[in-house]
Design a protein around this ligand. Structure first.
Ligand SMILES: Nc1ncnc2c1ncn2[C@@H]1O[C@H](COP(=O)(O)OP(=O)(O)O)[C@@H](O)[C@H]1O
Ligand SMILES: [Mg+2]
Length: 216
């Protein structure tokens, strides 16, 4: 039985697909991995997977798209039985699909940029997580800071304040604002396969932390 890692956020463009595709590619180096794109028709992860398949880079990775809640639940059940890891890329809404991802996942990752607008938009998502926890559905959720400007004081202060305000911890590893992420995504690659040492190192550190969270 594999482990499900859900990528959820209610706001669009925060980096769900960036995180999902890079994480899936990294985990596929360690074991059989499936990436489920639950943000159809947007389909960023599915398109990335198609490109990856065409360029012969899939390896131990399977990529599938699902159109609705029912399809997601049955696909996740099917794939978790035959893979070590299942990564689910969610839609930018607090829909049934998002709730299902949260409940099914061993670890929920919430990509977030250190900007007021993104932090405000995340409050509802966090409220839903807390409500689920109150109903004894234990959801292990962590913020993943994305497009983070480590060296600016405002980003650090905003980040610390957001973690307190939202009542949710972030993983220590943060992703910076780097063209490597958009360039790699557009080519069906992961940043591990793109010549930017900083991007490679920060993503590898994030993967190590995620594996630690998963106990693998
Ligand atoms: N850390 C980053 N640095 C630079 N560009 C990024 C970063 N994260 C995401 N992007 C770019 O921002 C856009 C939106 O990201 P994406 O992962 O598709 O967001 P979402 O899936 O949440 O809508 C994409 O073009 C992606 O390449
Ligand atoms: Mg997306």
């Amino acid at each position: 039985m594999g482990r499900i890692i859900g990528i959820v956020q209610v706001k669009g463009g925060v980096g769900r697909s960036t995180l999902a595709t890079n994480l899936a590619a990294a985990l596929a180096r360690h074991g059989r991995t499936a990436l489920i794109d639950a943000d159809v028709p947007q389909g960023t992860s599915a398109s990335w997977g198609k490109l990856r398949e065409e360029t012969g880079r899939l390896g131990q990775l399977t990529v599938a798209g699902v159109a609705d809640y029912r399809a997601l639940v049955s696909k996740a059940r099917e794939l978790v039985a035959v893979n070590d890891f299942v990564v689910i890329d969610g839609p930018p809404r607090l829909a049934e699909v998002t709730r299902a991802i949260m409940v099914m996942s061993r670890l929920c990752l919430i990509p977030l940029g250190a900007s007021a607008a993104e932090i405000w938009a995340t409050a509802d998502l966090v409220k839903t997580i807390k409500e689920a926890s109150a109903r004894r559905l234990d959801i292990n959720a962590r913020i993943v800071w994305n497009r983070f400007r480590e060296h600016t004081r405002s980003a650090r202060e905003l980040g610390d304040a957001a973690e307190k305000q939202l009542g949710l911890t972030a993983l220590h590893s943060k992703l910076g604002y780097r063209v490597a992420y958009s360039e790699a995504l557009a080519r069906g690659l992961s940043v591990a396969e793109w010549p930017d040492r900083h991007a490679q190192e920060e993503f590898a550190a994030l993967v190590a932390e995620i594996k630690q969270q998963l106990g693998v």
